[in-house]
Design a protein around this ligand. Structure first.
Ligand SMILES: C[S@@+](CC[C@H](N)C(=O)[O-])C[C@H]1O[C@@H](n2cnc3c(N)ncnc32)[C@H](O)[C@@H]1O
Length: 250
């Protein structure tokens, strides 16, 4: 994701299936963000867990105000150095709870939570979703992208899991995810089913669009069949990522 070689190699297992010839396996998701930015041009954009700022960069030419918040100091520092000279863009080293405390009445036209909630504990995930309602304008939109799995392959794990570690208990996952600074097995990884994500957001938001994306290539399916001990159709018929576009319920 952030351009590191093992992640790039892992990314070669996937395809976008939209036949656009780019080979970029998240292309359809990226184009939806581009579309929403075009529709809300001139407005404000909040990127929670902005990482290395790929979506802040996309928003800069179109939106009047961009705020990227990133709790990890190394990523924050990298992105701040990249974007700090741009007038309409502010990169902050904090989480969105702290941001809201400092800016209690601030609301955005677009709020993005991209590839964050599958790497935090279940408690931190629920807290993040609750924050969103206070950060978006009444007529604004929220985009959440995360992992996606079939009902049989959903579950909890960590990045460097052996096949026997593909389905950890929720308790084991939460303990690992909350033990910052000691992620000896790579980042925590929660695989959400569609229903799990929709159940999380449905109390406060209306789902405008849901889509799965980033599919396992047919030539790579056996690796995942062995990993999750399921038939190939449990892998091939499900994108490994999903996004939702939401609007706040009144
Ligand atoms: C996989 S990266 C995604 C980066 C970026 N959103 C993107 O899509 O390119 C996940 C990011 O979420 C950040 N993060 C982790 N916990 C967070 C939290 N509680 N609130 C906000 N961001 C968080 C991490 O530091 C990391 O930069």
């Amino acid at each position: 994701m952030d351009g590191n070689p093992p992640m790039k190699r892992y990314g070669e297992n996937f395809t976008n299936r939209i036949g656009d010839g780019t080979g970029r396996n998240t292309q359809d998701y990226i184009e939806i963000i581009r579309l929403l930015i075009a529709l809300k041009a001139g407005g404000s954009f909040l990127d929670i867990g902005c990482g290395k700022g790929r979506f802040c960069k996309m928003a800069i030419p179109k939106m009047s105000e961009i705020v990227g918040i990133e709790p990890d100091f190394t990523r924050y520092d990298w992105t701040k150095n990249l974007l700090q000279r741009i007038d309409n863009c502010l990169i902050l080293n904090m989480d969105c709870h702290e941001y809201r405390k400092e800016n209690p009445s601030k609301r955005f036209d677009i709020v993005l939570l991209s590839e964050v909630i599958q790497h935090v504990s279940t408690r931190a995930c629920s807290k993040l979703i609750q924050e969103l309602h206070h950060l978006v304008k009444a007529d604004g939109v929220i985009i959440i992208a995360t992992s996606h799995a079939s009902p049989k392959t959903k579950g909890f794990s960590w990045q460097k899991a052996s096949n026997s570690e593909s389905f950890l208990s929720r308790e084991e996952y939460d303990k690992y995810a909350d033990d910052f600074g000691n992620h000896t097995k790579g980042i925590p990884v929660r695989r959400f089913s569609k229903n799990e994500l929709l159940d999380l957001v449905s109390p406060k938001f209306e789902v405008v669009l849901w889509r799965q994306f980033k599919y396992v290539k047919e030539s790579k399916v056996n690796f995942f069949v062995a990993k999750y001990n399921v038939p190939p159709e449990e892998i091939l018929h499900y994108g490994v990522s999903q996004f939702v576009v939401l609007q706040p319920k009144p």
